[in-house]
Design a protein around this ligand. Structure first.
Ligand code: ADP
Length: 265
């Protein structure tokens, strides 16, 4: 029946007595669809006004730069703050739209051969530019590494993990990105020796907007949506995320893929 989902749960009592519980979750399903549509629409609608606001703020900032002595100092501070917050909002909207696309589109489309070595090389170079030489970022990946998947989605997931490693590792820290293959598939390992994560937070890391320490992390410019994106991308590639971490010692995020592709063509 279209649009109707039923959840079954079967409980067995003894050997002969069986109790079957059938629960109609149509309403729940409809609410979930409404939630996804709402988030996608709001995010989309907020994009244009925010672009206009940012544009005018930049124009005002340029104007201030032309008359540095005439404007009160507080104007400069206020404009800088407003631009920082506007950029933050843009990042949140962009991540929410990415999540919506991941939740709604068919995961079989746009899958092809992805040259993992080339992809990781790009991701690591971008992260090094972001770190501005303040971390050592090392990549170990065979030239032949290849996957069947969606390049853009995988780039987004891998970038989130490597950028996080940089964001949550103090200056001078080490980040290792490794691609390991065996008979069962492949693992991407992103290891840092940064601030680490308390074990109580590990199960909730991939929830939307979950941040371990909102106050302390407000400087990192994150959105709290990165690991939710990672989780969805991996789901669409039949892969899983493992996290191991020790507070003050560092974290390792591992993405386990069930199969690799021998030829990238
Ligand atoms: P954010 O945009 O806040 O980085 P994420 O969803 O990417 O959001 O990560 C969720 C939270 O997990 C972060 O706020 C941070 O507290 C924690 N986290 C993620 N990666 C790391 C890491 N490599 N080291 C320590 N903490 C991390």
């Amino acid at each position: 029946i279209e649009n109707i989902r039923l959840q079954y749960s079967i409980t067995l009592y003894g050997t002969n007595n069986r109790l079957v519980v059938v629960r109609n979750i149509t309403r729940l399903h409809q609410l979930e669809v409404m939630r996804k549509d709402f988030v996608a629409n709001v995010s989309h609608e907020l994009r244009t006004p925010l672009t206009v606001i940012t544009g005018y703020l930049e124009t005002m900032q340029d104007g201030l730069a032309l008359m540095p002595d005439k404007a009160p100092p507080v104007w400069k501070r206020a404009l800088t703050q407003m631009l920082t917050q506007a950029e933050r909002m843009q990042n949140i909207i962009s991540d929410l739209l990415t999540l919506s696309r991941l939740e709604t589109s068919d995961n079989q489309v746009d899958q092809g051969a992805v040259n993992v070595h080339e992809l990781l090389d790009t991701v690591v170079n971008d992260a090094m530019a972001y770190s501005d030489g303040k971390h050592r970022v090392k990549l170990e990946c065979p030239d032949s590494a290849c996957l069947t998947g969606n390049r853009e989605e995988l780039r987004s997931a891998f970038s989130n993990l490597v950028y996080n490693a940089v964001k949550y590792t103090p200056e001078g820290g080490d980040i290792k990105v490794r691609w390991l293959e065996n008979n069962y598939g492949a693992t991407l390992q992103v290891k840092d020796n940064g601030i680490g994560i308390d074990p109580q937070h590990l199960p909730r890391l991939t929830e939307r907007f979950y941040r371990v320490d909102k106050g302390r992390h407000s400087q990192t410019g994150g959105t709290g949506l990165g690991l939710a994106i990672v989780k969805h991308v991996l789901l669409r590639h039949n892969a899983v995320l493992d996290v191991s971490s020790k507070p003050g010692k560092g974290s390792t995020f591992s993405c386990r893929f069930p199969a690799v592709r021998r030829e990238c063509g």
